[in-house]
Design a protein around this ligand. Sequence first.
Ligand SMILES: [Zn+2]
Length: 265
Amino acid sequence: MPELAEVEFFRRRWDVGVGQKVVDVALHADKRIFRGNDLATFQRVLPGAKLVGSEARGKQMLFRFSHDVWLGVHLGMTGELRHEPQEFSPGKHDHLVLRQSRQSLVFSDPRLFGRVLFHHGPHAPEWWSRLPPALTSDEFTLDRMMAFLKRRSRSPLKGVLLQQEFFIGIGNWMADEILWRAKIHPRRAAGCLDGAEAREVWKAIRFVCAGALRIVSKDYSDPPPSWLFRHRWEKGGRCPKDGTELGRETIGGRTTAWCPQCQPE
Ligand SMILES: [Zn+2]
């Protein structure tokens, strides 16, 4: 499942088409990634519209075109965006191809868990304006975070950090990285953090999100060895701060790694 930074990485791949008109649209209309769309209108209004810009919010992307056309993309498990030469022939997993004069913008998704949401109107679609604020934005405040944790007070923090209705874009490795940096055990109940601990979690969220966006979304490279990320997958992986062997367990429904020394239970 792509996380914040991977989504940003794919979003930027369509930047090459910004400022250019779509001249033709090819799509596999019967695929479930298009469910709920008025495809006839989509295919009528998109040709001639110019790609103006795009934004990612967590795992969602929104591409803005002229002529009041908007295209939302969710990558699901296996979705990818890329660009190809103008004259390329789509493969069987290339479900949406926007041809422009200089290249084709492609959405492919072998397992079809992704979603394409077309919108025609002067304002961004309602589902987009309902998304929570980005975790790197000024609207993501410590107070708002503490209020959310209070409403999930008995759930383990690991699981709560994965709840997309507030922690938009945080995926499994990021949640582990955040708790390791904040020195909080992943099984701690969300409601039992004191003010100082909550502040550490909030700071770690900002740090990990900003770092992931800076490092991973640039060219899909891994964070540096000082991050837990580089050790959590290894067999017998050790904490990069103190060399303690990492603990591993399923917490909040997901494989979790932590340092028993830095994050005592
Ligand atoms: Zn440690």
